[in-house]
Design a protein around this ligand. Structure first.
Ligand SMILES: Cc1cc2nc3c(=O)[nH]c(=O)nc-3n(C[C@H](O)[C@H](O)[C@H](O)COP(=O)(O)OP(=O)(O)OC[C@H]3O[C@@H](n4cnc5c(N)ncnc54)[C@H](O)[C@@H]3O)c2cc1C
Length: 320
């Protein structure tokens, strides 16, 4: 990983393995991850473009899902993994996720002849503004820009406007970033308000209610400052699958009990991470010039010990 200042001065460069033997970074394009997971399922198991419109509990205890095209599905178990604006979470009584005061642009730069970068995560820290990029394939480079904004503002879907806004933010920054943004196809650039939801014990609803359960961002939306949202969603899936399989195999354990046990096991993992991601994000979005200078000249190069900071990525999911 290389960390630079907005003028392009290198503040720190390190290999994850040198900081902590157990660490490595893998950058995966979302589409590839989804296709890889979907390909493990029997053909036809996934119905795409099926937008959920309504949920109801029926008199015989099943869950009825109504899609926008009017199709009705009846199910014994409902796993809500429908992201930060989850309809299932809303139905279970969860509050809307809270905007944390910064937004992110994201995109995938495309180099048809092959991208020129070393396999490194690159970070650039400015004042109230930070950016990064990392190659995700021989031809694609993922980039992001995170910027302060008092309110999320209107949703913008015009990619020309989005690209110009992103470039304007980092106009005088190292030119690599600008080139990657220029090479970003319109359909891969998005702007997202960053949100989270703190799952306070005794205040937030539980992860499950009867045979309905939440997974991933639907349950614990967290800001991306630790790079753990999708990782935690995958961990949730592993733990939940194991609990459900045990309950279905054994007469002694109920499905409802298995879902409750999943929530109890996962909460101590996801609640502190959500708070930590929020605190780290606030610190990284500092605007004060004195604080930013201290960060660039003292904290990042000399004081931060990376090993303990990366401990949160260690999750033992045992053999799958
Ligand atoms: C800027 C940024 C950078 C990030 N970087 C990282 C990172 O480096 N590492 C990491 O681990 N995580 C990262 N994350 C977080 C990660 O993207 C999320 O945590 C992850 O995508 C959550 O997965 P999910 O399956 O729970 O939800 P999603 O990926 O949001 O999937 C939800 C799915 O539900 C569908 N859906 C929603 N509503 C409905 C409906 N009504 N009917 C039917 N379908 C519906 C959606 O279309 C979508 O397909 C980042 C997030 C952001 C914003």
């Amino acid at each position: 990983m290389v960390v630079k200042s907005e003028e392009g001065r290198e503040l720190r460069s390190f290999r994850f393995k040198d900081e902590d033997e157990s660490q490595e970074v893998r950058a995966v394009e979302r589409r590839i991850l989804l296709e890889t997971l979907a390909n493990q399922l029997p053909p036809g198991a996934v119905h795409f473009s099926s937008k959920l419109a309504n949920i109801e509990r029926t008199e015989n205890g099943e869950i009825m899902l109504e899609l926008v095209d009017g199709t009705r599905l009846f199910t014994k178990i409902l796993i809500g993994c429908d992201g930060i604006r989850s309809s299932v979470a809303k139905w279970m009584g969860f509050s809307e996720p809270r905007y944390v005061g910064h937004c992110a642009f994201r995109g995938l730069g495309f180099y048809p002849e092959g991208q020129p970068f070393e396999p490194k995560v690159n970070y650039i820290y400015g004042r109230g503004l930070r950016a990064g990029y990392v190659p995700v394939s021989p031809t694609k480079v993922y980039w992001f820009i995170c910027f302060n904004r008092p309110s999320p503002g209107p949703k913008i879907s015009d990619s020309f406007v989005l690209k110009n806004q992103a470039k304007e933010l980092v106009r005088n920054w190292p030119s690599d970033l600008m080139k990657i943004i220029d090479l970003t196809p319109d359909d891969t650039i998005i702007r997202t308000p960053l949100v989270d939801r703190w799952l306070w014990p005794a205040i937030s609803p539980a992860a499950s209610d009867g045979q309905v359960v939440l997974v991933g961002d639907a349950w614990h939306p967290m800001t991306p400052n630790l790079g753990q949202g999708a990782c935690c969603a995958l961990e949730d899936a592993v733990v939940l699958a194991r609990k459900l399989a045990n309950a279905i195999k054994s007469e002694a354990e109920s499905v409802e009990g298995a879902l409750r046990s999943y929530g109890t096991e996962r909460w101590p993992r996801v609640f502190p991470l959500t708070i930590r991601a929020n605190v780290v994000g606030s610190a990284l979005q500092w605007e004060n010039p004195v604080v930013c200078s201290l960060r660039n000249n003292l904290i990042i190069p000399k004081l931060v010990r990376l090993g303990p900071l990366l401990e949160h990525t260690n999750f033992e999911c045992k053999s799958l």
